[in-house]
Ligand binder design. Structure first.
Ligand code: AMP
Length: 401
């Protein structure tokens, strides 16, 4: 079965075509046939397409909306003599609220329910809907489509971890809860770790640290999420590229008053001008900050605050789990920054965690263990492949029917 995986952002459409060979296990057995993206839709769009035995193609592309972007992707997949069969489409949808606890086949009712969740994810869900509508229009009703949600993996988080300590009636009235995000990434990371260690994911107890431009930590017991750092929105938890993560909620009103701006302005600042960028005044890119670490005190402060917060969550989640067998680093920073991994893991021997310094220094962007042979808490680096989970879930939903 060939599955087109579509991941639509507000101004991007990323895609992969995955040939699935076996979707029954924790990890999909697959072959990637093609991948690419259309970027900056509506404002001087560009594209990069690769695969199908052709050389990589890239350049500018006159597309003004998601429909034109999806059309150009499908046109490329079927051009140059390729008659590539697309048997199904799997769409990544960020927010499933309390409505979608797992993947679903898309029909009009599902689209209306995703639309009703727009308020909870105003930047993300409308983009996913544009991608879904575009693919439906171009491929027609004959190609089944499945929505796979980033929040679903976290629906196993128990009430005491998912509930905010605000008046209970307000949580009920406004559906306020720790929804959690990055679920596909955490789900892949734990499945891949289990696969690499030859055990069923249902037996794994671990903390996953997904550190990219957005960052989140998840505590996982028996393969299921029991706590996660992002909450009602993706702003909570760890320090991120431009997001503050946790702070004293009283700061919102205090800063609004002191700066004579609105609470909406402050929320915007916490999302777009805080985190690594706000702390350093230099960049939201960890590469630049670690390069400047020894010379620039603000870059050093940004990296140190980032690592301290991640370490605090790691310790908290080890307590939530009552210990774990592994800590898993993933995401652009987790996969590629030995310095960040070292700072987060330094001095953790008390809980059985010792890094292997040479493994940590050399493992960059590959799946490998970086803890010392005598470390009782293993540390792994995993290169996240969210599309694997989207394709696996798409195949499973369609096979169930
Ligand atoms: P992601 O959102 O997972 O694609 O991660 C993107 C982020 O990973 C970038 O903004 C960088 O901060 C970070 N990153 C990528 N490569 C490196 C590297 N070699 N060292 C440190 N950080 C990196």
């Amino acid at each position: 079965m060939n599955i087109l995986v579509i991941n639509s952002g507000s101004s991007t459409v990323k895609f992969q075509v995955i040939e699935t060979t076996d979707a029954t296990g924790d990890l999909l057995r697959q072959q990637k046939l093609a991948r690419g993206l259309v970027d900056r839709i509506g404002a001087g769009a560009s594209y990069r397409f690769e695969g199908l035995g052709r050389s990589t193609q890239s350049g500018s592309l006159p597309v003004g909306n998601h429909e034109e972007a999806v059309r150009s992707i499908i046109h490329w997949l079927r051009s140059d003599g390729h008659d590539l069969a697309l048997d199904a489409v799997g769409h990544r949808v960020v927010h499933g609220g309390d409505e979608f606890l797992g993947p679903v086949r898309i029909d009009d009712g599902v689209i209306s329910k995703i639309e009703a969740l727009n308020e909870l994810a105003p930047l993300h869900n409308p983009a996913a809907l544009s991608g879904i509508r575009a693919a439906q229009k171009i491929l027609g009703a004959a190609v089944p489509m499945v929505a796979v949600f980033d929040t679903s993996f976290h629906h196993t988080i128990p009430e005491q971890a998912a509930t905010y300590a605000i008046p209970y009636e307000l949580s009920q009235k406004h559906k306020i809860s720790r929804y959690g995000f990055h679920g596909l990434a955490h789900q892949y990371d734990i499945a891949r770790y289990a696969d690499l260690n030859g055990k069923p994911v249902a037996q794994v107890r671990a903390v996953t640290l997904h550190l990219g431009n957005g960052c989140s930590a998840t505590a996982i017991r028996n393969g299921q999420a029991v706590d996660t750092s992002m909450g009602f929105t993706p702003l909570e938890g760890l320090v991120m590229g431009t997001r503050s993560g946790d702070l004293d909620p009283a700061l919102v009103n205090y800063l609004a008053r002191k700066e004579s701006v609105t609470a909406v302005d402050i929320e915007d600042m916490l999302n777009k001008r805080s985190g690594l960028l706000g702390l350093s005044g230099l960049s939201n890119d960890m590469r630049e900050l670690t390069a400047a670490y020894d010379k620039n005190p603000r870059a050093r402060l940004a990296v140190d605050v980032f690592c301290h917060r991640a370490r605090k969550y790691l310790g908290a989640y080890l307590a939530v789990l009552g210990g774990a067998e592994a800590v898993i680093f993933s995401g652009g920073i987790g996969e590629n920054s030995p310095l960040v991994r070292e700072k987060i893991c330094a001095g953790m021997e008390w809980c059985g965690l010792t890094l292997d310094p040479s493994a940590n220094a050399t493992v960059i962007g590959t799946d490998s263990r970086i803890s010392a042979p005598d470390s009782t808490l293993d540390v792994w680096v995993i290169h996240t492949d969210e599309e694997n989970i989207i394709a696996r879930e798409t195949a499973r939903v369609l096979q169930r029917r």
